[in-house]
Design a protein around this ligand. Structure first.
Ligand code: COA
Length: 330
């Protein structure tokens, strides 16, 4: 079974409600049909019902029975406006601002998740990462005890000797351009949790990557990763986690043994933490394009799951992201 087949099976076992704010976007409408048909989640489309129905007809999508909500005509509109106003008034949001924001499908969807009317949200076929991430960060916020939201890429590599039977989790490749040591430590702990929840990896082995292994080079950038490793140990004392180490020391048993003797992670890491967003984003693309890995992106550390799509996404990408969101919500 491939990773995504396992994730789909998990999603089907405990059906969650996932809101799709881009409810009249053609790929999203088609995806909603497939999500419902395969019982991966209960999809909710946000948009004008007449427009959604027209798009469905054009796509040949059967969306009979799928809930469609028009924000301004929703019975929840007033309560969401009040709730948003209360949540954001200290940040200067007025009641008038809250009315405008809740009319926006993205904010309406985020409020549904915040107030428990949906279990998770998926968007990004039209909107940019920031368009969804900003309201999610402002309203849903990070999990209690966490100050930072980040992302992981689940990398399914053709070489089954790597990581966990070919599975590797990379973080952070999307959100935080320049994490400090404290933030990097939280990214490491969140990525280990993602490895467990979504990849079914029972023993995450987390390597904090650098251009240095165990003090082989001296630089402020290396010191940051060393500090992050110590802080991550404090945050999660039972987690198998080590750093700083180079990519090959993390993955190749002989190199791990020679460069980091005695490490329980070196040479057998299945979760790789990149020191910043440039390294993480470039790293996952190299693994995908040159290494031939399949990759799936998720946000982690939000109090409730919301996930982003790429604007070039396919219907299948939307379906898969909804399945991952549903599993995160379980
Ligand atoms: C995440 C991102 C959208 C935040 O946008 P921003 O306009 O800088 O947001 P702000 O700094 O004004 O913060 C907005 C809110 O989010 C919170 N926030 C920002 N980044 C956060 C993070 N990583 N984790 C948790 N909360 C965060 C802030 O504390 C703030 O909350 P508040 O309004 O309650 O005080 C921005 O960092 C970003 O664009 N990151 C890179 C995304 C990207 O382009 N990736 C590449 C795509 S492949």
């Amino acid at each position: 079974m491939s990773l995504i087949e396992k994730i789909r099976a998990k999603a089907q076992a405990n059906t969650k409600t996932i809101v799709l704010p881009e409810g009249d976007e053609p790929r999203t409408v088609k995806a909603a049909e497939l999500i419902r048909k395969d019982n991966l989640a209960r999809p909710v489309l946000i948009g004008d019902p007449a427009k959604v129905a027209q798009v469905a007809a054009e796509q040949g999508a059967d969306i009979e029975g799928i809930e469609i909500i028009d924000p301004c005509n929703s019975v929840k509109y007033d309560s969401y406006v009040q709730a948003l106003f209360e949540l954001r008034k200290a940040k200067g949001v007025t009641e008038e601002d809250a009315k405008k924001l809740v009319s926006d499908p993205m904010y309406f969807g985020i409020m549904m998740v915040k107030l428990g009317d949906a279990d998770g949200l998926v968007s990004g076929a039209v909107h940019t990462t920031g368009d969804m991430l900003r309201p999610a960060l402002q309203i849903i916020k990070a999990k209690p005890g966490m100050s930072i939201v980040s992302s992981s890429f689940l990398m399914e590599c053709p070489n089954k000797e790597l990581g966990e039977d070919g599975l590797l989790v990379y973080a952070d490749c999307v959100v935080n351009p320049c994490p400090n040591a404290q933030e990097l430590a939280q990214i490491a702990v969140s990525a280990a949790e993602t490895a467990k929840v979504l990849c079914g990896i029972e023993e995450p082995r987390v390597a904090l990557l650098s251009f240095s292994t165990k003090g082989s080079a001296k630089h402020d950038l290396v010191t940051k990763v060393q500090e992050a490793t110590a802080l991550a140990h404090e945050l999660a004392p039972d987690l198998l986690l080590d750093g700083e180490m180079q990519f090959d020391a993390a993955l190749v048993p002989e190199i791990g043994a020679s460069k980091a003797p005695g490490s329980k992670v070196a040479g057998r890491a299945n979760v790789l933490i990149f020191p910043d967003l440039q390294a993480g984003n470039i790293g996952y693309k190299i693994t995908q394009r040159i290494g031939g890995a399949d990759c799936f992106a998720v946000l982690q550390g939000l109090a409730k799951p919301c996930n982003d799509l790429s604007r070039g996404c396919s219907v299948e990408d939307i379906v898969n992201t909804v399945a991952m969101t549903a599993v995160q919500a379980q």
